[in-house]
Design a protein around this ligand. Sequence first.
Ligand code: NI
Length: 226
Amino acid sequence: MLVRIAGVLNAGEVAAVRSRLDQGRWGDGRVTAGFRSAQVKSNLQLPQSDPAAQEAADLVLRALERNAVFISAALPHHVFPPLFNRYEPGMGFGNHIDNAVRHIPGTPHRLRTDVSATLFLSQPQDYEGGELMVEDSYGAHAVKLDAGDMVLYPATSLHRVQPVTRGTREAAFFWVQSMVRDDGARTVLFDLDNAIRKLTATDADADSLLTLTGCYHNLIRRWAQV
Ligand code: NI
């Protein structure tokens, strides 16, 4: 499933992240690309070791921890420390699928990429092109969101970033190893959680709500790998 989450960062937080990024030392984005991806990738990235990037990543991680929609949709087990990219005119990233396993920098740990995330940091009117195109069995979906909004999509998806023809597109991107590996199972859980939340806001029958909530937790018990 493809999930758009509005307002992961508010305007002040976007400005705080971007001011850190302005102090960073941007380099060639191909450093984190696999062999084939490197041939179609043209963008700039901040090195993970850059102190400005680490501060910005911490701001994003704190926002994710308090975002109920992110937690419900991704059911995170491990979150890769966010990375940052910048596309200037002429830059883009052709069709690719993200690497399945990532080494978490500075740790002995590896993460299986179940969910891919892009958090938009530039306002859409500030650049031309730069849509994230995510393919699924229903075709290609163009995603271009307001600054502070985020999209989650299955890391198994073929995707690309359309060339930027004007302005600058900055974004944070990262991956999640989910407690629930299967996208179809996560979708059922997300739908169920959303329905329970909505019913809770009404005067729905309390016993039925309790049963549904029990079903939610018992499905997680069946499917979660922790
Ligand atoms: Ni990618």
